[in-house]
Ligand binder design. Structure first.
Ligand code: S3P
Length: 430
């Protein structure tokens, strides 16, 4: 993301109060896509305010889907599985979720579409969806090394059983969406369980999806029915506030109507393990998703080791965990996180660069980071690397640094959370 925006973050003494977050990004994408191919009009309240989910809606419009946005709600008129051939490329912007998951639906259409993205998305690997969707019968061309732009010619699909080489909920979801259009049962097997919003969303729209162990299975030919839903607050956006409060013993922060899906909530276990007080109340289930109020109390922070399956579960939260690690007593080691190098930026390099600029000692591995605890950081000038999660992670780290921190290209935060800095300002006491 190119921009000359910057933000100054001043040290805080405490992070307290109450926040409510815009709708979860993963769920917003899925509900919008399924709403577009369901029968009837889907009404989504608290749809994600991020640019990524706007990219999904933009692509759907180019595919002939009629939708309306009013006061944070989106109404989508479903097309009953059949989209319209686009007359221009589908612009996925910065959103890997849009490109990968929508490809699953496009693979089953009887037309050709082209998906394009910004500079960052154009560098990201797409072979992970190209290979299985081609096995199902779609024809897909891409740039060298399986990068965008993608040209997808849909087909009548055949079901496959597929074991994903890299744990990825985006790939799993794309294949389950394609499975709706396939003859027979499509099964996706993962070595490590990833977030299950695709399965849950399909069920919310009336499809039958079986899950056994790490395998998810869907029969082709199922129709979807529109839903009315209020999307719970984004847990990956909440991570920045939870970690900010965790930095200051005595902080008391409440986040209500927050997504607490167990396949996404590993961060809460890690924070509890680091000594942070976390209480959950008002638990409820809506459309198969667990939602509740989370209260966090800052206490002395110990440390954490994150590896294996936990790394995959925490993939979006690792930048902010790493950013607070120097302030913990025992530090943090993160391994098996090679996938972070192919996110919106190389997040391992970005975290190491910014922590070092703030004066921290950091060891960088191909698949992770080791950050000793008990370090004092100082404010300085940092870059977001055009990556929303790096911008927000370092806004959090800056709260406990000595002196002011300037984050350049800070508006990268619009990708998932445009109001992030205002909300952080409202709970950080200087
Ligand atoms: C997402 C899955 C993750 C995550 C991304 C959203 C999803 O990506 O990093 O922000 O909504 O399924 P991968 O599936 O590529 O791991």
């Amino acid at each position: 993301m190119k921009s000359d925006s910057s933000v100054i973050i001043r040290p805080a003494r405490n992070v307290s109060g109450a926040v409510r977050l815009p709708g979860d990004k993963s769920i917003s994408h899925r509900y919008a896509m399924l709403g577009a191919i369901a029968h009837g009009t889907t009404k989504l309240e608290n749809y994600s305010t991020g640019a990524d989910c706007a990219s999904t809606l933009g692509c759907l419009r180019t595919l002939g889907v009629v939708w309306r946005k009013e006061n944070g709600s989106v109404e989508i008129d479903g097309t009953n599985l059949e989209l319209r051939a686009p007359t221009s490329p589908l612009d996925c912007g910065n959103s890997g979720s849009t490109m990968r998951m929508l490809s699953g639906i496009l693979a089953g259409q009887d037309f050709t579409s082209e998906l394009i993205g910004d500079e960052s998305l154009s560098r990201r690997p797409m072979s992970r969806i190209i290979k299985p969707l081609e096995m199902m019968g779609a024809k897909i061309t891409a740039s060298d090394g399986g990068r965008p732009p993608l040209r997808i010619t849909g087909n009548s699909l055949k079901a496959i059983s597929y074991e994903t080489p890299v744990p990825s909920a985006q790939v799993k979801t794309a294949l389950l969406f394609a499975g709706l259009y396939a003859h027979g049962d499509t099964a996706v097997l993962e070595s490590v369980r990833t977030r299950d919003h695709g399965e849950t969303a399909l069920r919310a729209f009336g499809a039958v999806v079986q899950q056994q162990g790490n395998e998810s299975r869907i029969s082709g030919g199922q129709k979807l029915d529109a839903i009315e839903a209020q999307i719970p607050g984004d847990l990956s956006s909440a991570a920045f506030f939870l970690c900010a409060a965790a930095l200051f013993p005595g902080s008391q922060l409440t986040i209500d109507f927050l997504l607490l899906n167990p396949t996404r909530a590993r961060l809460l276990d890690v924070l509890i393990g680091m000594g942070v007080g976390i209480a959950i109340t008002q638990l409820e289930e809506k459309h198969g998703e667990l939602i509740g109020t989370t209260q966090v109390t800052g206490k002395a922070l110990t440390g954490a080791n994150i590896s294996g399956a936990h790394t995959a579960e925490l993939i979006d939260e690792i930048p902010v965990l790493a950013a607070i690690a120097p302030y913990s007593t025992n530090g943090m080691e993160i391994r098996d996180a090679r996938e972070l190098r192919v996110k919106e930026s190389d997040r391992i390099a970005a975290v190491a660069t910014n922590l070092r600029a703030m004066g921290a000692r950091v060891e960088e591995f191909d698949d992770g980071l080791k950050i000793p605890g008990g370090q004092e950081l100082h404010g300085t000038e940092l870059d977001s690397f055009g990556d929303h999660r790096i911008a927000m992670a370092f806004a959090v780290a800056a709260l406990r640094a000595k002196g002011e921190t300037r984050i350049n290209r800070s508006d990268a935060a619009v990708i998932s959370y445009p109001a992030f800095y205002e909300t952080l300002d409202s709970v950080a006491e200087c």
